[in-house]
Design a binder for this molecule. Structure first.
Ligand SMILES: Cc1cc2nc3c(=O)[nH]c(=O)nc-3n(C[C@H](O)[C@H](O)[C@H](O)COP(=O)(O)O)c2cc1C
Length: 197
């Protein structure tokens, strides 16, 4: 079997106490055990925090080729693009904060997506992603359970999937959840959650 590289994105600051990190790590370990991947590049976004988008960075995003200063501003974004380009599989862990993904993960996505780099338009104005063929696993931890919310209160997987499909490329995306983490007596069963991986 051809060996592949996985990019492991961690976005909870709770270190070893983080359930999303435990779930994304369990996914990585399972992929290693099944020999689907042999190389893992790990990025802890709470340690190397992505910059927020500011006016000068917007200018750099849309100038090609940019000045030396603009190229400097794009350093983090360039690393994110090369991490994603080099990965066959991307495993993304995120806590649910206020029904959404973690702010550092959103900031990382904002560094990744770039016109002319991750997506473009053809002569008819049809947009398509430029980094196709990735397999993406989402590992989402939430204090409550989706089933306890009214229909439609799913904003993390739906958001990430929509951004990837619109601005990154065709991808096979699978979502796994560890839910109810703040409930009394909570005990995660990662093997059960990942039974179909
Ligand atoms: C600032 C903050 C906001 C949160 N918002 C929600 C929420 O909207 N819904 C929910 O179910 N849990 C919420 N939680 C609980 C977390 O999702 C839960 O603790 C989860 O396990 C965090 O992921 P982690 O264990 O990977 O850090 C919130 C926790 C924090 C600290």
């Amino acid at each position: 079997m051809t060996k592949k590289t996985a990019l492991h994105i961690i976005s909870s600051a709770r270190g070893n106490g983080s359930y999303s990190r435990a779930l994304s790590s369990a996914i990585i370990n399972k992929l290693i055990s099944s020999q689907e991947i042999d190389t893992v590049v790990e990025r802890d976004l709470t340690k190397e925090t992505p910059p927020f988008i500011k006016e000068d960075l917007v200018g750099a995003f849309y100038t090609n080729p940019g000045s030396v200063e603009q190229q400097q501003l794009l350093k983090y974004a360039d690393t994110v693009v090369s991490d994603v380009s080099n990965a066959d599989i991307i495993v993304i862990g995120t806590p649910m904060y206020n029904l959404g993904m973690s702010a550092v993960l959103k900031a990382w996505i904002d560094q990744l997506v770039r016109y002319g780099v991750t997506y473009g338009y053809d002569g008819d104005g049809v947009r398509s992603g430029l980094l196709n063929g990735k397999k993406i696993y989402l590992a989402i931890a939430s204090g409550g359970r989706l089933a306890d919310w009214p229909n439609g209160h799913e904003f993390i997987a739906s958001h990430i999937e929509a951004v990837i499909r619109a601005y990154v490329g065709l991808a096979e995306i699978h979502t796994f959840r560890v839910e109810g983490t703040v409930m009394p007596g909570f005990e995660p069963d990662y093997q059960k959650i990942l039974a179909h991986l």
